[in-house]
Ligand binder design. Sequence first.
Ligand code: SF4
Length: 372
Amino acid sequence: MKYQEEFRNSGAVQRLLAEIRETVTRPWSLMEVCGGQTHSILRNGLDQLLPKEIRLIHGPGCPVCVTPLVAIDRALAIAARPGVIFCSFGDMLRVPGSDKDLFRIKSEGGDVRIVYSPLDAVKIARENPGREVVFFAIGFETTAPANAMAIEVARQQSIRNFSALVSHVLVPPAIEAILSSPATRVNAFLAAGHVCSVMGTWEYPPLAEKYHVPIVVTGFEPYDLLAGILACVRQLERGEARVENAYERAVSEQGNLPAQALLSRVFTTIDRAWRGIGVIPRSGWALSDAYRDFDAEHRFSVGGIVANESPLCHSGEVLQGLLKPNQCPAFGKQCTPRTPLGATMVSNEGACSAYYNYGRLIAAEELLCSAK
Ligand code: SF4
């Protein structure tokens, strides 16, 4: 198959669904790590087409959702300073901090700008030498190379009024944290294809072996997702636990080596707090010592800020697959996309937002009860 429509073809999708139905004999819980995959699953109704033995758990792979509250509060503190131009991708502007969001800062007179590339922020810095320009660099291994490149460009061009507020997170340590939790219910993982297009698949075999779980690299179209699910189910039914690549058109074992070299030069691995989950060892990137001059956290001395989550929000349990969004008591009541209490309701990739937008408004257990 070559064209996008082929990966959405109803006949091809039905054939894979039939194969999954023929293969599965027992209940299995599969986690799709990536929020983009969660949205594709719900948008295409795949969760409702799969046999009842297969339970999909929506993992912590939405970068906006897992950016810790304290990072949002630091962004708010920097963006509110006179003379600062704060640049961010648009989806971060509505993410609630402890008491406001970046849109509020903008409405109060802060110079907050939406950019479509980190290089746009570098350009703004070049054009405004008298202002401090800060880029909010968040996300997984997918967005990190472009952010690293922007910081490298600023360094090479001696643009000293540019800095980055960095809160990058890494997928393999998060998978390990989920697998090592005594509460985990995950039998297999659909690994995120775009992350692996950068990092390759070489980080996953030790995890598959140590925890005896299949890990299948999967894309984002309905055919890709079902092919990944079928590969997981086949392995589980046979008692196997290997890494498989079901997204070969974009992912190789080694990944993008020039991007990996840039990342290891610009960033250093640190323990990172994930929103709603807590600190996961060696799960984040911060700027390395060689690039410290471009670190906004250091430049604006916002490291001392502490933050508290809303007690009503259960996004941590949602992000770990312990709770479905529609099982949260605030879902669709106090918490909607217009009045989000947590980041999983704000972001387009967040599981709570996906459940709200695609009509999964009532928990499956309640549906069963009302049908009796
Ligand atoms: S529905 Fe809202 S309050 Fe509940 S977990 Fe999701 S974001 Fe948090």
